[in-house]
Design a binder for this molecule. Structure first.
Ligand code: ADE
Length: 460
């Protein structure tokens, strides 16, 4: 694998692990020990308000040391850029494990919910609120351990035993408690509300509403208790629904506390994995589709190809035609692309597994599901992709590496940006999609749409 030397003994790979408000997260690997860490790169030139916010984030993050929280290792400040070194979570983001409209198995959701509660409990005991809990900020480390990440919106709500009310409207709309929009609000119940939305997303693959406001029809129904026959609620068993109702209680003072959530029967239930009776109340799961898709899924975390240096500018352009794009890539651009590199087999590899799914290995089976092999050439794939994008009226550009950046809006009219990359693997072409900005579940829905449009060229 090729990479650039970052600081002594650490190689920086062009693997984008994630993208945040101020830049990208890259993978660093130690030359000798092969230890992996994540490096958040903040571009001060591009984001003028970054410095103050990053300082606040670091001040909070460096105080934290818990198994369910991404560890902070340190920072390096340069005039134009800043680097934050973090624990690397090899399993990627939780949202990648949530199948749109389906969710995940109850025992998996229960494991993550327990770990989420442990992490949030630790934060709240320290007087810290995260304020942006969502599947995109929940990473999965070795052994499937959930890790809360991104403390960009975190703040202190208790100091020397005295709690203060918060009044800053921040977070991500579908996950925001209704009182946050009405301020001032209490920190702990509002974080737990967001956990409740994550809970529903994990079990149903859906977000219940775009925002918890009176203007929102779905939320209005929840408020009036006239929702039960509709999704996502109709997908939940009685016990899961009981937990959802009590976490998503409109009154923050009546909402379940963290201790009460941990004691709820759904959290205590011994899910018998492998059995179709996965629900506490005996209602039957939909295991076939869910588990089939998990078995098909990959075991290794997504990687992009190394090679481009940290400082290399990303120039995007929109070719006048697909022919022009193909032509460009054939000549200058393609030399810089993964095609001219040796295959990053170890790094990019997808392993399909036949082994039975158990509680112990489920986290290994379903990492990136947003990629597939195709049966046609690089050029034909690009041509098919771009023509589907045009048909669907998604705008797109390409950069020097041949990656296609796709920009659209989700059903909530929020911006959704994701990237498509083509890799050669073992003589086959892999088309890989990665979210850049927006809601993870919405991204996966768009991915499924694109995948169905490209079914003719997919290698099944
Ligand atoms: N994406 C964002 N931060 C990450 C981290 N620390 N490890 C893995 N993926 C990430």
């Amino acid at each position: 694998m090729q990479a650039t030397t970052f600081v002594e003994d650490w190689l920086c790979y062009n693997t984008t692990l994630g993208e945040g408000a101020y830049g990208e997260v890259k993978l660093l690997i130690h030359r000798r020990t092969e230890e992996k860490i994540a490096c958040k790169i903040i571009n001060h030139q591009r984001y003028k308000d970054a410095a103050t916010n990053i300082n606040r984030e670091v001040t909070i993050h460096r105080m934290l040391d818990h198994e369910n929280i991404i560890k902070y290792f340190g920072r390096r400040q340069e005039p134009l850029k800043e680097y934050i070194f973090l624990e690397y979570a090899s399993g990627g983001e939780l949202f990648q494990l949530i199948e749109p409209d389906i969710g995940m198995a109850s025992h998996a959701a229960q494991t993550y919910m327990k770990q989420l509660m442990h992490g949030v409990n630790y934060l709240h005991n320290k007087g810290i609120t995260h304020r942006d809990i969502k599947p995109e900020n929940l990473l999965i480390g070795e052994g499937g351990v959930l890790k809360i990440s991104d403390f960009g919106m975190a703040t202190l709500f208790r100091y020397k035993g005295k709690e203060r009310l918060l009044d800053k409207k921040c977070g991500t709309k579908p996950y925001l408690a209704p009182e946050v929009l009405q301020k001032p609000y209490r920190a702990q119940p509002s974080d737990l509300w967001s956990c409740g939305i994550v809970f529903v997303a994990m079990l149903t693959g859906e977000l219940p509403w775009a925002d918890a406001t009176d203007r929102n029809v779905e939320f209005a129904k929840w408020r009036k208790d006239v929702y039960i026959s509709e999704t996502p609620w109709s997908k939940l068993g009685n016990t899961a629904l009981s937990l959802a109702r009590q976490i998503l209680n409109l009154d923050p003072n009546k909402r379940l506390t963290l201790e009460q959530i941990e004691k709820h029967p759904w959290m205590k239930f011994n899910f018998d994995c492998g059995s179709s009776k996965d629900n506490v109340d005996g209602s039957v799961e939909r295991p076939t589709k869910r588990w089939n898709s998990m078995v098909e899924a990959e075991t290794k975390h997504n990687r992009d190809t190394p090679q481009v240096t940290l400082s290399q500018p990303i120039i995007t352009y929109r070719p006048s035609s697909i022919d022009q794009l193909i032509n460009d890539l054939k000549t200058t651009r393609r030399e810089q692309v993964c095609f001219s590199q040796p295959t990053q087999y170890e790094d990019l590899m997808i392993q399909f597994t036949q082994s039975p799914i158990t509680k112990d290995n489920f986290h290994n089976l379903s990492k990136r599901m947003t990629r597939f092999y195709v049966t046609v050439s690089y050029e034909k794939t690009l041509e098919a992709l771009c023509s589907v994008l045009d048909t669907l009226h998604y705008s797109w550009t390409t950069d020097a590496s041949g990656a296609v950046t796709i920009s659209t809006v989700d059903f909530m009219k929020n911006q959704l940006i994701f990237k498509a990359n083509l890799f050669e693997m073992d003589g086959r072409i892999l088309l890989d999609f990665r979210l850049s900005k927006g809601c993870g579940l919405e991204f996966k829905k768009k991915f499924l749409k694109l995948k169905s449009c490209l079914c003719d060229i997919i290698d099944k």
